[in-house]
Each structure stands twice: as structure tokens, then as C-alpha cells.
Design a protein around this ligand. Structure first.
Ligand code: HEM
Length: 115
């Protein structure tokens, strides 16, 4: 179980790198387009996060707070919707793009600081 959890966490960190890295690289290019790294990053975060939310630590106090997981799920679904719907558009609004980056950072902060 611990090996599975670590593999899922590894995949989760790769998804985070794709989502944030893809979004920041796109943002500094000045063209606010949803690129494949952002799209796949948002999908990987949802799938690997739901996997990580399973009781893989043997249950009890060792598991993360279910409210924390619920907050992360809601934010990740929002990010996914914001990425998936305009994925074929040439560009989205600057504010929409900043929203995706901000929600991604907030979700990482929830993961790290909510203990
Ligand atoms: C954009 C979406 C997401 C981002 C940016 C994100 C970010 C992160 C980061 C950076 C970590 C590593 C923290 C650490 O190991 O200390 C992490 C861990 C984790 N994430 Fe996510 N995550 C996202 C979505 C989700 C979703 C949807 C779930 C499930 C509902 C989830 C559940 C978890 C769990 C269970 C861990 C293990 C560490 C812990 O909570 O204590 N994540 N996440």
C-alpha cells in the first residue's frame, strides 16, 4: 500500500509540474492559450488526487482530513472545467488564465499547510 501511495504521490507531483509549469510558461509568452501540458496536468491532478484520497495509510489519524480532501477536489474540478471547456480556443482572457494559476497555487498550499 505504501508503495502505491508513493507512486501516486510521484505522479501527482508530475501533474502539478505540468499544470503550473505549462500555465506559467504560456503566461509569460503573452498568449493565453490552454496548452496540452495544462490540459493533461489538470486531468492527472484529478485522477492521481482521487487515488491518493483512498485510505492508503492504514486508516485512522494517519489519513488526511476529509474536509481538506473535499476542498482540494472542488478546486481541482473547477480548474479542470476552466481548462477543458476552452481547450480548443486560440486564447482565453488574461483574468481566466490568472484564475487557473491562482487556483493551482491555492490547491498546492492547501496540500502543504492544512495538516
Ligand atoms: C490542481 C489540483 C491539485 C494540486 C495543484 C495539488 C497539489 C498537491 C501537492 C503539491 C501535493 C504534495 C504535498 C505534500 O506531499 O506535502 C499534494 C498531495 C496530495 N494531494 Fe493534491 N493537488 C491537487 C488535486 C488533488 C485532488 C483532487 C485530491 C483528492 C481529492 C488531492 C489529494 C491529495 C493527497 C491525498 C495528497 C497527499 C498528501 C496530503 O494530503 O497530506 N489532490 N497535492
Amino acid at each position: 500500500m505504501e508503495a502505491l501511495r508513493l507512486i501516486l504521490l510521484f505522479v501527482h507531483l508530475i501533474g502539478f509540474a505540468l499544470l503550473l509549469g505549462g500555465a506559467v510558461a504560456q503566461f509569460v509568452s503573452g498568449k493565453f492559450r490552454i496548452n496540452p501540458a495544462v490540459l493533461w496536468g489538470s486531468i492527472i491532478q484529478l485522477v492521481s488526487g482521487i487515488g491518493l484520497a483512498a485510505p492508503l495509510r492504514g486508516g485512522g489519524d494517519a489519513e488526511p482530513d476529509p474536509i481538506k480532501l473535499g476542498v482540494k477536489l472542488v478546486l481541482a474540478v473547477l480548474i479542470f472545467i476552466m481548462v477543458f471547456i476552452p481547450r480548443r480556443r486560440e486564447a482565453v482572457n488574461k483574468g481566466h488564465f490568472i484564475g487557473i494559476i491562482t487556483l493551482t497555487l491555492v490547491n498546492a498550499a492547501v496540500a502543504v499547510f492544512w495538516r
